[in-house]
Design a binder for this molecule. Structure first.
Ligand code: LIP
Length: 268
């Protein structure tokens, strides 16, 4: 199934803008919840936005596979020749549900293990972050580049707290360990936006444990194409991931911090 990365990006950007625009204009309905969990919420608008993205992909890229946060399980048996569209219709759902501006629509496209394109649209700032596997990382058309911060003590490190939060488990330890060593640790509650901030050089690294592929599929490519580094550190089962991205210069330092906090074996 042949499609160029540029064509994927055009579709992903169109779909991200359409879904993000729908959520923005319908934000007065942000309290409509299908399900409320201890540390998460499933919004009616999340499902609607997923539907908007899927309709655009199915029309413009028929036969491609789709894996979405709100349509999980639909794309578990994808062959290596079929592009997979990985969708988080509203990343930062809890922020959105409270009216905080840190949320976005994230769409990544992969062929096998290779990322072809990614688009992240942040409606409240009207910022569209994009990249293809062979093109530059851009924000609203302007080139992005990671920071040149080389010392962990000068770094801002974005992180997040696992949805399946248990105060006795490591996320608080991770936050403490990063806070002690970095200039600042920050939690804004949208993994895709965290990664875009790394790509834009506003933050220097991002680490989170317990996220899913749809949180990072688009923006990890954007970090890499902005000159940074993205690394899957571990898989926790049930699709949950430990993921690190950085400007490249402080990558090992952050990895050492989180691995010692988790008592993991160093990766090879
Ligand atoms: C969220 C992430 C956030 C993380 C949350 C959650 P959602 O995605 O982007 O950074 O801390 O646990 O995964 O659920 O809003 O799409």
């Amino acid at each position: 199934m042949s499609i160029t990365p540029e064509a994927c990006l055009e579709i992903a950007a169109t779909a991200a803008r359409a879904a993000g625009g729908h959520a923005r204009t319908q934000r007065h309905r942000r309290g409509e919840a299908n399900q409320r969990l201890a540390h998460d919420v499933k919004l009616a608008l999340d499902v609607e936005c997923q539907g908007i993205v899927e309709a655009i992909i199915r029309e413009r890229a028929p036969g491609h596979a789709i894996l979405g946060e709100e349509s999980v399980g639909a794309a578990e048996t994808v062959d290596a020749d079929t592009p997979l569209w990985i969708v988080d219709p509203i990343d930062g759902t809890v922020n959105f549900s409270h009216g905080l501006p840190f949320w976005c629509c994230s769409i990544g496209v992969r062929l096998g293990a290779r990322s072809l394109a990614g688009a992240v649209y942040a409606p409240d700032t009207d910022e569209l972050y994009t990249a293809t596997c062979d093109g530059p990382a851009l924000c609203n058309g302007a080139p992005l580049h990671v920071s040149s911060v080389a010392a962990i003590g000068d770094a801002v490190v974005m992180t997040g707290l696992d949805k399946q939060l248990d105060p006795s488990l490591p996320p608080f330890e991770i936050f403490r360990a990063i806070s002690v060593r970095a200039q600042k640790a920050r939690i804004i509650g949208s993994a895709a936006l965290d990664l875009c901030h790394v790509a834009a050089g506003r933050a220097d690294a991002y680490f989170e444990s317990g996220i899913y592929i749809w949180d990072i599929a688009a923006a990890a490519l954007i970090v890499e194409r902005a000159g940074g580094r993205a690394e899957l550190i571990g898989e926790m089962g049930h699709g949950r991931l430990r993921f690190l991205a950085s400007n490249g210069l402080i990558h090992e330092a952050v990895r050492d911090i989180v691995q010692s906090a988790f008592s993991l074996q160093p990766s090879t």
